[in-house]
Design a binder for this molecule. Structure first.
Ligand code: CUA
Length: 313
């Protein structure tokens, strides 16, 4: 017989399961209690002769309070508990291993920061928080790894992050959980959780294509971004060194945090949110760069943070 529940192979799995079993237990308890009482009352109070007429009851305060307060307390417990699990899932820890995921009809593409690329198979170390930054090339997909209890829509034009920390080595199934076309059911793969030492070996054995950031650096030159975005502040575009993660003042007077989504938007729709003090002269690169190239550029711009320190040495 197949197991009733999938493997519990991430730090979140036990927390999700505990909440889930609690919900099941509460539902089973009240379900049985109510069904049992219906049967019991039907037997005990059924009409025995034609003359029998039930007594009228005009309210019972203690009963009213009881069946209001008890469910209220149970739902409040569920609310607080559920919210704490939700926040733990929604906010990754500070230190994470970042991996990019691009969904596409009908495959999963993974890009490691060191340059390794995989399709429908993702290698990760156990005991380390992994953050997946996901996007889609075409339609909405959904990244679902039951053993890790993680599931999130992968949306075109947006970066959705998911995180997990695998707790035991093994191969775990990955599904697309959003109907995305003819071969949706074939959009499956495996997450391979490895001991850290094995993972290092695996990383070392990958293709020597260079890191994502270095691929981005090359692209940055090829697309001639560097003619306007210069580190010496003499260019027609903003300086990108040290930009990532900072707050940017916009022409409109608003501010924005320079995160992955903002960098992506600035490449595809440069006029959408222009940095204060600059002209909206940048051309769009919509259709000229793929989702994967966008990720390379994002990583390159992220990597520019450390540059000034290196230069002053
Ligand atoms: Cu991708 Cu369903």
């Amino acid at each position: 017989m197949p197991p009733l529940f999938p493997d519990a192979a991430s730090t979140m799995a036990t927390r999700v399961d505990a909440l889930y079993f609690f919900l099941l237990a509460i539902s089973a308890f009240f379900g049985l209690l109510i069904a049992g009482l219906i049967v019991y009352f039907a037997l005990k109070f059924h009409r025995r002769t034609a003359e029998q007429i039930g007594a009228r009851i005009h309210g019972a305060m203690s009963l009213e309070i009881g069946w209001t307060v008890i469910p209220l307390m149970i739902t409040m417990v569920l609310f607080v508990w559920g919210a704490s699990v939700y926040f733990a899932m929604a906010y990754p820890p500070e230190e994470t291993l970042n991996i990019y995921v691009v969904g596409k009809q009908w495959m999963w593409k993974f890009q490691h920061l060191d340059g390794q690329r995989e399709i429908n198979e993702l290698h990760v170390p156990v005991g380390r928080a992994v953050k997946l930054i996901t996007t889609s090339e075409d339609v909405i997909h959904d990244f679902f790894v039951p053993a890790f209890r993680i599931k999130a829509d992968v949306i075109p034009g947006r970066y959705v992050t998911i995180w997990f920390q695998a707790t035991k080595p093994g191969r775990y199934r990955l599904f697309c959980a959003e109907y995305c076309g003819t071969k949706h059911s074939g959009m499956i793969g495996e997450v391979v959780a490895m001991e850290p030492s094995e993972y290092q070996t695996w990383l070392g054995g990958g293709a020597a294509e260079g890191s994502l950031a270095s691929a981005g650096a090359k692209l940055f030159q090829d697309l001639a971004c560097n003619t306007c975005h210069r580190p010496d502040a003499q260019g027609r575009g903003p300086v990108l060194e040290g930009l990532f993660g900072k707050t940017v003042m916009l022409q409109s007077g608003e501010t924005v945090t320079a995160d992955e989504a903002y960098v992506r938007e600035s490449i595809l729709q440069p006029a959408a949110r222009v940095t204060a003090g600059f002209q909206p002269i940048m051309p769009t690169f919509q259709g000229l760069v793929t989702e994967e190239q966008l990720l390379e550029l994002v990583e390159y711009i992220k990597s520019l943070q450390a540059l000034p320190q290196v230069q002053t040495r």
